[in-house]
Design a protein around this ligand. Sequence first.
Ligand code: NAP
Length: 291
Amino acid sequence: MVDTRTQLLGVIGDPIEHSLSPLLHNYILNRLNLNFCYHAFQVKTKNLERSLDAFQLMGLKGINVTIPHKEAVFQRMHHVSKVAKQIQAVNTVLFRDGQRWGFNTDGTGFTRSLGEFVKRLPGAKVLVLGAGGSAKAVISALIRQKAGEIGLFNRTCSKAELLCSHFQEVTGYQNIYPRRFDSQILADEISESALIVNTTPVGMYPQTQASPIDAQITFPEKILAYDLIYNPQQTQFLHIAEQAGALTFNGLDMLIYQGVAALEIWLEQKIDITPFFIDLRSFLRRQLKSI
Ligand code: NAP
């Protein structure tokens, strides 16, 4: 129930009407009996600065940031975390002591969503498809987890080259290299990999028949195929991978855990969703089906 002590949280983006974040956060806040309410705000780029000021003035604890504002918000912070600095993008803002503190929890969400598989990352070879905003968060997480090498495939190879150089420079990690998005090169590289992550939007609703990889590709045993897309829940990429015997994960758990990590920043406490994680996931799946 909303009362005079209820504190406001939210997400900004444009468009924002398809965001799952209000459902996700309000579900967790309700289950934990926390007197907060999470709201979606459509913010136009031209109003970004004034909106941040307004949120601060109204006493919001913090906000999430989604497309297209993650990079622009990064530029408008008083302080940014090491990870947000590496990624040059902010998805979580904390308003504290009259200052704006910027974080990026997408990489943490990705890592936590891997569960036990995370133990296989140190020294492992990983392929990342796509070199956009979410790829940066995934790469930053993979480097933190000490992946052995990272092959970065992107349609625009120059963008992959730039991203590899960026991470080599800011993290000192040298085992990341760009690759042309070519079926034969991918087929060669995948044979030695433990994990392949699709960070492109290829296959996302409504283009659900599209896939970033060929249906004929052979997957090595025990590889995990991970798609950041969660709508549909099984993309064509995951379907191909599953048919070929790979373990598959979609992006829903990453979404959940990046949200949990944001809540932990705002509330400055650990949030344990284990007791209701299955219920939460089913709830979000049902909402996705009705979109
Ligand atoms: P982005 O910054 O726009 O990057 C998209 C990347 O995909 C670019 O590298 C682009 O290549 C590539 N790409 C786009 N269309 C392509 C096509 N038709 N064929 C081959 N490559 C293509 O997007 P993003 O923010 O990283 O988001 C990517 C996906 O991740 C979206 O589906 C988003 O919903 C999902 N996501 C999920 C979560 C989660 O929590 N699960 C979090 C963030 C994002 P070029 O450089 O050649 O243009």
